[in-house]
Design a protein around this ligand. Structure first.
Ligand SMILES: Cc1cc2nc3c(=O)[nH]c(=O)nc-3n(C[C@H](O)[C@H](O)[C@H](O)COP(=O)(O)OP(=O)(O)OC[C@H]3O[C@@H](n4cnc5c(N)ncnc54)[C@H](O)[C@@H]3O)c2cc1C
Ligand code: FES
Length: 363
């Protein structure tokens, strides 16, 4: 790592240091980092296929947060791996590709995200564009290794040189004949993947639950194609890539800190005149005050609950939890889809209480 650039600084209570075991040049503009947590941190890095890490990168004005999906599968015994594709003019992706080498360490928040299949035994349709292959590959490998589902993967790229994981996909197809079909879509040969042409390609698989990750125009086109084919919206899951803007590593004083945030476990102090939320997290159940104007996440942090989060902008899903009883409303939601909402999932960083008593779970 160059010393003339901002250096990795030692982190926060929320981050864990991961050793970079290997850097793999996947394509001319994409690098994979193979990562190893310390034995103490390893349990926090258990993950589900399709989840992402948030890396803490050094910036001129303080740490910069960038999310990278895990391309590795938790079901194959392989080490953690993220793959970063350079974005023209982008800071974080180019910093990672230019500066990190085997033997370095990088800080990261534990895995998060809801772009993950409910079952590995269902047939799935996966669609990826460019670096959007990372979570999709993790899902495909997991289904093939630990489930019984069949996979069709449509993978769109500009041209042949930009296809990440080509050899790995070829090997997977050979190892699982009849269970994995990879359809490459090269814009240089086939033109842009527009809805009507996608509909023709995807028609035989439109009944399957779909996981789509790539540039917004591709995801829009795929959704439009699948809806034209009669696929219900709730079965189409999208993962949107974007850059976090704030410093998600420091825990700013939560809004609820100024409001009563007494831990009101049974028998503890009397609750102030405010609502309360009972939260189940990591096998522990606590009840804490939840002032009406405070986002749920702030109320939990103010009471010392180690609730997960990343962007605090309603955009990444790291803070997702499920309402068991009571009602909440979300100020902003860019990630949960209709099916998630119907299942009671909410973003803690955006949730405000509508009832005096709410019970939520992170399990
Ligand atoms: C859940 C999730 C998973 C992700 N997984 C992956 C993954 O697996 N692999 C991957 O490669 N990426 C992934 N990303 C995207 C990644 O987090 C970054 O957004 C990406 O690497 C670009 O970051 P950057 O710092 O290089 O670009 P940024 O510096 O954020 O810039 C992005 C774009 O904005 C432009 N820009 C920047 N500043 C300005 C400005 N002031 N005015 C105008 N334009 C500007 C840049 O030119 C560039 O085109 C993921 C994102 C999320 C949310
Ligand atoms: S922390 Fe990102 S959506 Fe809540």
């Amino acid at each position: 790592m160059s010393t003339s650039e901002p250096a990795i600084t030692t982190g926060t209570a929320r981050t864990h240091r991961l050793r970079i075991v290997e850097v793999v040049a996947e394509t001319p503009d994409a690098r994979s980092l193979v990562l190893e947590p310390s034995p103490e941190s390893a349990p926090r890095f258990a993950h589900r296929p399709g989840q992402f890490l948030t890396l803490r990168l050094p910036g001129a004005d303080g740490p910069v947060a960038r999310c990278y999906s895990l391309a590795s599968s938790p079901h194959t015994g392989e080490p953690l791996k993220v793959t970063v594709k350079r974005v023209a003019g982008g800071y974080g992706s180019n910093w990672v590709c230019d500066h990190l080498a085997a033997g370095d360490e990088v800080e990261a928040l534990p895995p998060a995200g809801t772009f993950t299949p409910g079952s590995l035994d269902h047939d799935l349709l996966l669609v990826a564009g460019g670096s959007g292959i990372t979570p999709v590959l993790s899902i495909a490998k997991s289904v093939l290794a630990a489930g019984t589902g069949r996979i069709v993967l449509l993978y769109a790229n500009r041209d042949e040189t930009s296809v990440i994981f080509r050899d790995e996909l070829r090997a997977l197809t050979a190892a699982h004949p009849g269970r994995l079909l990879v359809v490459h879509w090269l814009e240089s040969l086939q033109g842009l993947p527009v809805p009507d042409r996608l509909a023709a390609a995807l028609a035989p698989y439109a009944g399957r639950e779909a996981f789509v990750c790539g540039p917004a125009p591709l995801m829009d086109a795929v959704e439009q194609a699948l809806r034209t084919l009669g696929a219900p919206g709730g079965r189409i899951h999208r993962e949107r890539f974007f850059s976090l803007s704030g410093d998600v590593f420091d825990t700013p004083a939560p809004a609820a800190a100024t409001a009563p945030a007494t831990d009101i476990r049974e028998g503890a102090a009397t609750r102030e005149a405010t609502g309360a939320v009972t939260v189940e997290l990591d096998g522990e159940t606590r009840t804490v005050a939840w002032p009406p104007s405070a986002p749920l996440l702030d109320a939990l942090l103010a009471a010392g609950v180690d609730a997960p989060y990343s962007c605090r902008e309603g955009a990444c899903s790291a803070c997702t939890c499920r309402v068991v009883t009571g009602e909440v409303r979300m100020v902003r939601n860019e990630v949960l889809d209709d099916r998630d909402l119907a299942d009671g999932y909410v973003l803690a960083c955006q949730a405000l209480p509508l009832t005096d008593r709410v019970e939520i779970t992170y399990s």
